[in-house]
Design a binder for this molecule. Structure first.
Ligand code: GI1
Length: 448
């Protein structure tokens, strides 16, 4: 008899995307440029010089894409709003056609019985705000509050779950410390300031929501559990630093109003003294936490690896994805139980989980076989169930991603979608993983 995987009655099954990765038409109908529009058109920044000018052409094909979600039985859809489509300069003037696009999308999702969850910021900062310092300018908390208020007032009620930010760690580490992501800075003095202002902006947005909103608001973080390569004091300390830097740097301030002490050790003179008023702003009570999980990291001390002094150790006993991430579903269970135990079992949605494996550029006779992704999803959904059985308050799962899309500076080289996109013709083809996921959703998990 196969194990019965019963999920809570109200468990929500969905899929996730992000604006710059799927919409295309970044400057259409009065939209302003984002830093990703700028970054993607800067020679040398993007693999194969790919950019988001067309992407999945979702800005034009959104109605068909909602039909695809309906066909797959999706109950929820997590998307992001392009800030500069709605406010071309990031503050002040609102672009009515930008707002209309998201209003039509939300209304059509609701007509099809699909719950919309909107992320207000998924990395595509308005370029006009970057020209004013972007996340390095403390005024950005107010700018983000102003933008948040526009969105909350227009769509709250139809959207009943909002995420302020997607993964402040990636924005900081990729955009300000290592430079692989927009805006492409490499500065250990900037990184803590950008990270802190992201959290301040989050706090401001939540305060605005409490004043004008009536439903739920939360924060989406990426969490990658860290496991020591050995029990040596150096590797144990390295693991602790890595875990503080990626996993506790965001949830500790939100839940406790304090940063992990390891951050001063990591950044040294580059780590400022933060005003208590800032920490009070960041520590706004939330209705849920979004956890994005992809893989784990086995950590060892590496004196040469600036500034964390940690390096990953490749694990030969497991499969790796096209992005070089170990397939380790137990890490998802460990992550969810860690969140439960450290932060008092908050309501959690898994807001991203998925994998890039090689898929052909074109479907073969209307089919795309992706057994590795089917296996990845099965293992990770079972890991979610294990966490629920351990008492974690997990209320939904969004597979990353609905569509193959622009994987940031890796361009279109990495395919995460459960639906294949032929980027020459824009033809959508549900992969075997979409059929599998649809069967899991239809059986509320019992087909796992
Ligand atoms: C460090 O991995 C992160 O958890 C992560 C992985 N991913 C993400 N964050 C982003 O939220 C998505 O936009 C990416 O497309 C997706 C796949 O790379």
């Amino acid at each position: 008899m196969s194990k019965q995987y019963r999920f809570p009655e109200n468990f929500l099954w969905g899929s996730a995307t992000a604006a710059y990765q799927i919409e295309g038409s970044p400057l259409a109908d009065g939209a302003g440029p984002s830093i990703w529009q700028r970054f993607a058109h800067t020679p040398g920044r993007m693999l194969n010089d790919d950019n988001g000018d067309v992407a999945c052409d979702h800005y034009n094909r959104w109605r068909d894409d909602v039909g695809l979600m309906k066909q797959l039985g999706m109950q929820g859809y997590r998307f992001s709003v392009s800030w500069s489509r709605v406010m071309p300069e990031g503050r002040g003037r609102v672009n009515p056609k930008g707002l209309d696009f998201y209003e039509r999308l939300v209304d059509t999702l609701l007509e099809n019985g699909i719950q919309p969850t909107a992320t207000l910021f998924h990395w595509d900062l308005p370029a006009a705000l970057d020209d004013r310092g972007g996340w390095l300018n403390p005024d950005i908390a107010d700018w983000f509050g102003e933008y948040s208020e526009v969105m909350y007032k227009r769509l709250d009620g139809r959207i009943k779950r909002w995420a302020t930010l997607n993964e402040p760690w990636v924005v900081t580490d990729g955009g300000y410390l290592h430079g692989a992501l927009a805006p492409g800075h490499r500065n250990r003095f900037e990184a803590p300031i950008a990270s802190h202002n992201l959290l301040r902006a989050h706090g401001k947005s939540v305060q605005v929501y409490r004043a004008v909103g009536k439903h739920e608001v939360g924060l989406v973080v990426n969490i990658e559990p860290k496991y020591p390569a050995s029990q040596s004091p150096e590797d144990l300390a390295a693991t602790r630093r890595a875990e503080a830097y990626m996993n506790r740097q965001y949830l500790d301030p939100v839940f406790f109003g304090t940063y992990p002490e390891e951050l001063r050790e990591i950044f040294g003179e580059a780590w400022p003294e933060w005003p208590q008023a800032d920490m009070d702003l960041i520590r706004q009570p939330l209705d849920f936490i979004g956890v994005n999980y992809y893989t784990r990291n086995v950590a060892r001390h590496d004196e040469a690896n600036w500034p964390l002094k940690v390096s990953p150790v490749r694990q030969t006993q497991h499969t790796y994805t096209e992005t070089g991430w170990e397939v380790f579903p137990q890490g998802l269970t460990d992550t969810l139980t860690w969140v439960k135990e450290r932060y008092g079992n908050p309501k959690v949605f898994i807001t991203e989980n998925g994998a890039a494996f090689f898929d052909p550029p074109k479907a073969e006779r209307g089919r795309v076989r992706d057994p590795l992704r089917v296996s990845y999803l099965r293992q990770h959904l079972r890991a979610v169930h294990k966490a629920i059985e351990a008492g974690c308050d997990i209320q939904g799962y969004y597979v990353w991603s609905l569509l193959d899309n622009l994987e940031w500076s890796l361009g279109y080289s990495k395919r995460f979608g459960i639906v294949h996109v032929d980027f020459e013709t824009q033809t959508r083809t549900p992969k075997d993983s979409a059929r599998y996921y649809a069967s899991v959703v239809a059986s509320h998990g019992e087909a796992l």
